[in-house]
Design a protein around this ligand. Structure first.
Ligand code: CA
Length: 239
């Protein structure tokens, strides 16, 4: 279902550095987005909960309430709202923490404004596709209405768990998901002992989805987890 042209995309930017906030706001407004800016976590949280935004761009180091806390509260109340985390912290632990808390994407400062607007566009496209029943990564297609998976037109038989795992990876296509996220969404559990089970199921999936098809789609992301994508990334683990 395409977004009507006159439907304004409304973005909340939570960023305490005034200069950075104003740069980002102008860049987004140039791309015809409507932007509200908040300079502290508490106000940002209030606005995010009380206003109907299409996307939140969220800094982590914030006065009054940090971005992680805000994200945790927001996820409990608005699980489907896309959140792009913007932060100076680029360590693997922080990226994992942000993703575990439900961030949809992650951009480390300093970044190019062109990259930010490209990520915003990508997140908005994902939102628009939500009504469709077909997920697609390269020549791999998952039809969630018929619970059918094909690659290069050939049907692939999957167990229920394998199917759920693949669907979760494909819903997050091109983004790394942590084992914690997989455990929570596919196994409805959040503890670490699932790590091994997840790796076993990933192997099953690789055998069925990737093995006989030349190009690999399921990638291991160093220090994070897994990602399904038609393209390799610098963070991929060579295995
Ligand atoms: Ca900050």
């Amino acid at each position: 279902m395409p977004v009507p042209r006159d439907r304004l995309v409304r973005i909340l930017l939570v960023e305490d550095e005034l200069k950075v906030a104003s740069f980002i706001r102008s860049a987004l407004e140039e791309h015809s987005y409507a932007v509200d800016v908040s300079h502290d976590g508490e106000e940002g949280c209030y606005l995010a909960e009380s206003t109907d935004y299409d996307l939140i761009i969220l800094d982590i180091m914030l006065p009054k309430m940090d971005g992680f806390q805000l994200l945790r509260r927001l996820r409990a109340r608005k699980p489907g709202l896309p959140v792009l985390v913007l932060t100076a912290r680029g360590t693997v632990e922080d990226r994992v923490r942000g993703l575990d808390l439900g961030a949809d994407d992650y951009l480390v400062k300093p970044f190019a404004l062109a990259e930010l607007t490209a990520r915003v566009r990508a997140l908005m496209r994902r939102g628009v596709r939500e009504g469709s029943t077909e997920l697609r990564v390269d020549d791999l297609v998952l039809d969630s209405a018929r619970r059918r998976v094909t690659r290069a037109g050939k049907p692939i038989e999957l167990s229920n768990k394998e199917y759920s795992l693949l669907e979760y990876l494909m819903r997050n296509a091109n983004h790394a998901v942590t084992r914690g996220m997989i455990a929570e969404h596919v196994w409805d559990s959040s503890f670490d002992s699932f790590t091994n089970v997840i790796d076993v199921y990933i192997n099953h999936l690789r055998n069925k989805v990737d093995r006989n098809f030349g190009r690999r789609l399921i990638h291991s992301v160093r220090g994070v987890g897994y990602r399904i994508s038609a393209t390799e990334s610098e963070h991929d683990q060579v295995s």
